[in-house]
Write a protein that binds this ligand. Structure first.
Ligand code: ZN
Length: 257
């Protein structure tokens, strides 16, 4: 009687599930580089890049701009094209105050499910909306929900944009009290070297400078205009002066290169 090796039957399923796992990793994990290069950290442990998605939002963005100005902090705003068309003056003001504008698609779809044509359309429409208002095209792109497809990053590159992800996404969209978000942001300032040297061992020069975080927060709500992001403002009002006191420097995505 012929005994079949169960591996022969199991192998295709294993390969398929392995590929599915790889695809999910490449599409979702913020630091995955499988589908192309992304930037998700700053150059130094002392540098903190604040990024804000889903605006501009007339209910929140002006207050956020004042708060950032009070602490002399520059940030990067990933804007949704449809909101840029609704708020051209606010878009202009974000740029005029020295912040970096990024492209966050036109209507905030999950690009993992968009083909190359639709993806290109989403990026170009947002790019045009921002260019029409500021006379400058963004050089940064962030995919909605962080979802990437195999063609996305190349399309962004072709339109002059690097893709920005994040080190930390505290979940400021969740309906929780500001205290919860303040607590979630506590670990940001803890500077962790990439590989901690062992006791008694000399610190190799190359590993001495570590990297700093890119934090993903939200001044808008992609589902509707005038979304409530008070907890984000409250948490930043708490942390901005403290981060400054800890010696952290606020940088834009341009300064992460
Ligand atoms: Zn978003």
């Amino acid at each position: 009687m012929l005994v079949m090796n169960p591996w022969i039957f199991g192998a295709p399923a294993l390969v398929a599930s392995g590929l599915a796992g790889m695809t999910a990793y490449g599409a979702v994990h913020p630091r995955a580089q499988l589908f192309g290069p992304t930037i998700c950290r700053t150059k130094s442990a002392k540098q903190l890049a604040l990024t804000f998605d889903d605006g501009p939002n007339p209910n929140v963005t002006p207050k956020l701009l004042d708060l950032l100005a009070k602490h002399n902090a520059k940030a990067t705003f990933f804007l949704v094209g449809k909101f840029v068309r609704e708020c051209p003056e606010l878009t202009k003001e974000i740029a005029a105050r020295g912040h970096v504008l990024g492209n966050h698609t036109d209507t905030h779809p999950n690009l993992f499910f968009c083909g190359p044509d639709e993806t290109k359309e989403q990026l170009v429409r947002c790019q045009e909306a921002i260019h029409r208002v500021t006379w400058a095209a963004p050089r940064w792109f962030r995919p909605p929900f962080g979802f990437r497809s195999p063609w996305l990053i190349e399309i962004a590159q072709r339109h002059g944009m690097r893709t920005a992800m994040w080190t930390s996404i505290p979940g400021d969209w969740r309906a929780k009290p500001a205290e919860w978000l303040i607590e979630r942001l506590k670990n940001i300032a803890v500077v962790r070297p990439e590989s901690a040297p062992r006791a008694g061992m000399p610190v190799p020069l190359a590993s001495a400078p570590s990297y700093g975080p890119v934090i993903c927060l939200h001044d808008g709500d992609y589902t509707h205009q005038n979304g409530d992001r008070q907890r984000t403002l409250q948490a930043l009002a708490y942390w901005l002066p403290r981060w400054r006191d800890l010696g952290l420097e606020f940088v834009t995505m341009d300064q992460t290169l």
